[in-house]
Design a protein around this ligand. Structure first.
Ligand code: S3P
Length: 169
């Protein structure tokens, strides 16, 4: 089974994804890391030197690459699901899980470092507008995991594994 973790920047896709993959005994792929590997530079550098459309193309390519893996947990980027072609591909080939903490939790978590790593998190009010714009895309996920403010990645991964098990997927 392919599991695609989705949600806004800083929601925990990567940290939960690694733990979930370990629990399920499958490989883990982080789309941002794949793009950085393909490009030989950081996401921020790609945005700065080639622009967002180039990044989106690489992101879509990295996403297509996951189809070669029958069993995998994939941490998507915060914007991946917002593009119809990506959402369609995920819907047809895997299960989307939305990791959904409150925006206040996300904003508190994305400190100085997170901001500098993330070209699309410029400040809190801009990020809130982007978050709201993307909610309909995240809501299309097959499984919605509401996350409490202090809940850690291991607990979230455990809850996802439990839900996957009990839904018989
Ligand atoms: C983006 C989120 C980032 C990364 C890029 C664009 C977005 O991933 O893909 O900076 O459009 O929200 P994370 O959600 O892992 O921070």
């Amino acid at each position: 089974m392919r599991i695609y973790l989705t949600g806004f920047m800083g929601c925990g896709k990567t940290s939960v994804g690694r733990r979930l993959a370990r629990r399920l005994g499958v490989e883990f792929v982080d789309l941002d890391e794949e793009v950085e590997r393909m490009a030989g530079m950081t996401v921020r550098q790609i945005f700065e030197s080639q622009g967002e459309p180039a990044f989106r193309q690489m992101e879509a390519e990295a996403l297509r690459g996951t189809l070669a893996m029958p069993d995998v947990v994939v941490a998507t980027g915060g914007g991946t699901m917002a593009f119809e072609a990506n959402a369609g591909l995920i819907g047809a080939n895997g299960l989307a899980v939305w990791i959904n903490p409150a925006f206040a939790t996300i904003a508190a978590r994305i400190g100085g470092r997170g901001k500098s790593d993330r070209p699309l998190f410029k400040n809190e009010s801009q990020a809130l507008a982007l978050y709201r714009e993307r909610l309909p895309a995240y809501r299309r996920a097959d499984l919605i995991m509401d996350v409490a403010p202090k809940e850690g990645p291991e607990e979230i991964a455990a809850r996802i594994a439990l839900r996957l098990g009990s839904s018989g997927i």
